[in-house]
Design a protein around this ligand. Sequence first.
Ligand SMILES: NCc1[nH]cc(CCC(=O)O)c1CC(=O)O
Length: 398
Amino acid sequence: MASATLVGDLPPTGSAPGAANTSSNTQFPPINIGTRRSALAQIQARSVELALKKAHPERTYNICPVLAQGDKDKITPLQQLSQGENAKSLWTGELESMLEQGELDLIVHCLKDMPTQLPDNLDLAAILEREDPRDALVVSPRLPKDTTIATLPEGSTIGTSSVRRAAQLRRLYPSFKFADLRGNVGTRLGKLDAEDSPFNAIILAAAGLKRLGMDNRINQYLSSDSGGMLHAVGQGALAIEIRKDDEEIKKILNKIGDERTTRACSAERALLRTLEGGCSVPIGVETSWRGGKGLTVGAQPAKDYDKHGDAIEEEVDLDEQELVLKTLVVSVDGKESVSYEVARKVRSVEDAQTLGREVAKILVDKGADKILEQISRDKQWAAKKELEAATAAPASTS
Ligand SMILES: NCc1[nH]cc(CCC(=O)O)c1CC(=O)O
């Protein structure tokens, strides 16, 4: 038959007259969820799919894993990769063009990896409840299990490709050396554990380890209270990017966002955007909510436990709580730093953004601009050197 239609390829509407009153998945086309290909990315995409299925069981969902540019090039250090025009699209460019072309309906991102400015036709449409935003210290299996950042051997080598992590640690632990460490979480742990590993410890986001069920590898959670580390803007939160004009998907996403995380992360991102920092700029933040009824830890309300040990969610009026925002900008060598802390009620995303922008201006007044200018001069210098090297040896493959 010339006009055969493939099963599963039915048009969303206008099925042949007399067709059975079809099941839900033929009334609407499936929603295509884009994600990167790593195990962690796919777990994250599945958690979003689950939330969507709960909110909209009448729809069907497809997870589409896509290989990102940043995953392909594992050799060039991140600082160099994230330079120039395409800097910001390292992890998201490929997925975004598929979204623009309608091959995807939404992309699940780690908010931390999302640039503060998106292409004009795309939108950050939802931020989900935050997982643990802290950084985590994972020490070599050759060291005692109770090793902390403060008890690591003098002169230890720490594996991290994050300028923010290295700069903050240089500031407090000047004897440490830092070595580039790339790859997905499993790869990084493998490099730490290897017989001939150069690393005494590595730093990873606690959120990634928890989502992968590998938090048993965490030797110490790092925070302002422990190890003196502030995490990256948006760390631990998942965000959904969509086409700006896609009202249907906007409506579908309505129920899955988390207001507390959205406000906290909006303050963090407005701060970052005002400082014009990319993901490789050493800006650390920490947000928590306090006041109202009951204390909150991280982005989430502190949980009470009933006599069976089940968590009781406290009723806390978010609008009556203060957002506590701790911030730190450190020079790459760790020698200069500017910090600022503020607490204020933020009753909307706009309030939160205003707070973030104000804090950025205060940090600049306190000298953060000099630190950031130095970093951008260093980057330009490195880019120039790279270009010179490329011109001098065009055939070089290294
Ligand atoms: N830099 C890469 C990256 N982007 C997001 C996460 C996972 C944590 C998160 O969801 O914020 C990680 C891994 C890491 O930093 O260890």
